[in-house]
Design a protein around this ligand. Sequence first.
Ligand code: NOJ
Length: 721
Amino acid sequence: MSQRTEKILAQMSIDEKIYFIEQITTATFVPSLKRPNIITGPDSALKLDKELIYEVGTTLNLIGAETMIEAQDHFLAHSKSKRALVFMQDVIHGHRTLYPINLGVAASFDRDLARELAQMAAKEASLDGIGVTFAPMADLVRDPRWGRVMESSGEDPYLNAEMARATVEGLQGDMGKYNIGACVKHFAAYGAAEAGRDYNTVDVSERTLREYYLPAYKSAIDAGVKMVMTAFNIIDGVPCVGNKHLIKDILRDEWGFDGVVISDYGAFDEMITHGASENQKESAYLAMDAGCDIEMMTSCYAHHLKELIEEGKISEAQLDKSVLRVLDLKEELGILDNPYRSVSPEEAKRVQLSPEHRALARKGAEQSAVLLKNNGVLPFDKEVGSVALIGPLGATGEIHGSWHCGGKAEETVSVYEGLKNLLGDKVKYAQGCQIEYDSEDTSLFDEACQLAKNSECVVLCLGEHQDYSGEGNCRASIDLPEVQYKLLERILEVNKNVAVALFTGRPLAISRLDKLAPAILNMWMPGTEGGSACANLLFGEVIPSGKITMTFPRTLGQCPIYYNHYTTGRPKLEQDDLKRVPYTSSYIDAPNSPLYPFGYGLSYTSFEYSDYKLSGTVMRAGERLIASVKIKNTGKYRAREAVQFYIRDLKGSCVRPVKELKGFEKLELDIGEEKTVTFEITEPMLRYWTRNMRHESEKGEFEVFIGKDSTCAPFAKFELI
Ligand code: NOJ
């Protein structure tokens, strides 16, 4: 807090303070939308005071520099105190130029890329007058049915923490003109929703919470994130927004976070629906008592906080703290001096979707894509005479991802456009089937097969629509629809030179596709430049190097399936995976192993790992060991490789995962080139939440692994003494 913000606080009436920590929609203050304000607009149910509404501190949603200026002008003209608004907005995988969904960006295993993409998004958003984005989403995920896995970075606490940090760094930078504030979400463990159903119950032990779910949020806090958003779910029976243990004990007291905490949309009222609060007054009490500063899109504070203060249940000092945090954020954003901050309609037009930004989005999509299978058909030869592009996702811009916010399908390069730009008129398109998951329509098959028959190679765009993932978009079945398989089978009858370009917002259970398709290139939802990236990858202009950060199951029945599980007392041995071994932890009708494991992804080149070394066999606290390996590009293309480093703690006072990612490095190697990669091992890396709930290491033996993916074998052991 500064003297300046304290002085502002001292001038505020209690009503102003309370309204200051309400967040409503930006549309309320945009007269030209003709649906403004609290009477008829989206905020009408909030029943807010018509004058005090001009004292709110922040708003959410709505994109566009001109809109922002109009809103701020209108607001300041009507506000008595004239304290300018902060505009907040979901900028999740890009703003106007979209980059791949975050699960894709994580697959790049490239921290610098994640940072650069976030920086680009921040620049575009800042020029539209946005002050804070509700990102990064740092929720660890294990259930591909959950629609929001698309905006997470997957199942690993270390990788999630690295990606969360890089994203915060990219968004916030030094909080200059082109930076915006970041808000890590959804605190906490929103990704553990039972049955992969959004907003559903979460039940994790304190140990699991700390071990797996919390590290990524903590990493964002350590990187200086300005805000934290609470999750919709319960933790230990208490909705997160009113969960004192989470917000006060862990976030504020243990981690020392003194920035702004905001609720998720409508979460105050949802405490009543959860059955955790009697009414809005109790919700206001629970949230303020837990430490939630801003209420998003409900009006419990507005209607009840004053009463709670008068009754002595909440102190005015508590309210003051929340107001000060928001004022401090405004000061940091420069809004106290300049209500319009970096907004610039002219510059926004130049910068958003500029060739440079499109190029970066394309690079993002190229680095995120994962080659899941290749029997040798890929890369296709650019000199090929004719290309059939088939599939319901082949000629649409609706592949940019479900958090498209400011992005538009018509500005997105479809695969058809991408292929045409690269190869010209030899590319012909047929839709083949519909994208709806329940479509059985085969009427377009014949036309598609005819085209496939008359072409030298076939690019078949399959998968799910971008709106089948994202908030509220969960699926009970994660295989491809039958009609897509039928189409593939029919095409294979006339042409075997087929590569499937897969579009998805989640891991899919595609064992059947893996058997049938000669090659599968997983593009995720690749953003504005998705089609260009897809063309470049299929035709060898760029070599695939992404690796999945969330396990792909063989069948949904294996879920939740993740690499860093515990061993159990009756593990099934890996070599027995395909047979039935009674009374082991296994299935009768499916192996334990996934279709594609965490960290898996192929290349058009080959890499040879050799000369594995560990610098010692014992280590004391304060010392370090070095693990190293030589990696050689033994194939035909210059390419990148994500090298992964894992450790296993063989015995603990609490059981330890079979393997834990502790480091990764993305290398680029020329044909025939060899490099040594090293990873440092220190005692803090070996700490975990032990039996007595302390974060500490325990003496004993550890195994060390370096490899291409999470199935790699240990090559050395050391002892912590
Ligand atoms: C609800 C979502 O859960 C959250 O992630 C998002 O930031 C808010 N809505 C605001 O749009």
